[in-house]
Design a protein around this ligand. Sequence first.
Ligand SMILES: [Ca+2]
Length: 268
Amino acid sequence: MNNLKKTAITSLMFALSATICFAAINGNVEKSGISGDYNQVIDSQTQAPISRADVTLPSRGYKTQTDSQGRFSLGAKINAPTIMSVEKEGYKPFSLTIDEQSAGKPLVIGIEKTNPHDIIIDKELYHIGDDNYSERSANAADFRIKAIGPFYTKIFNIKKLPPDGDMYLIIGSVIGIDTKMARDMGQSKVTTSFAAPPQIYFNGNMIAELNLNGDNQQIKIPHSLIRIGENQLTIKAGKNLFQTAYVDYDDIEIMNLFIESKSKIAAE
Ligand SMILES: [Ca+2]
């Protein structure tokens, strides 16, 4: 139980750090003297512009590429939280939840090169749930992609353990969580009910509950659960705790699942 509490607090901290990070992204913006405002993708280490990166709004079916200066524009009007993805070979999958306000300003997005120990589990956007949701939910005003059902599961390979470090599951972006905490934080506008948090299972063991929406949520994977060879990740939607007549799963969208290894010294 104590662990769950800790996870909730950790999630909260990550949500807060995601907010700070987001502000930094916006704060990083430089204006072009010639062509006015534009969005740009850069290498987070060298600050060099990245050309031909794929920028997508998967739920809108929108896709573009950065130009030779790493610049791109979003062709869609954003009026509710929407997951934007940036993909480039050799770099970690990146996603960011944007809304009307953040999409209205130029974004400078720094992406990071992959490390040899990184394991990409899935780069697709998934809608988990039952397609029955309130318009006031903490999701895009309308989920455009059909739900895959109340859970997501995937088997993937781990070839070797990092020499000295812990493995973290990274969830690139998640929107639509309508827990009490999400409501209290102002993420969800649902006033009449709330849902149990989505649960994350690693090889059949629950390792975390997600109480908040946000980008780059990190969950430590207990060493004892990791196998060399096949491993299974499962994400189960939470249930609406106020619907007793039938089971109503909390509809969420989730994107970019991968595993990063971090040195123990750096993590503590
Ligand atoms: Ca539902």
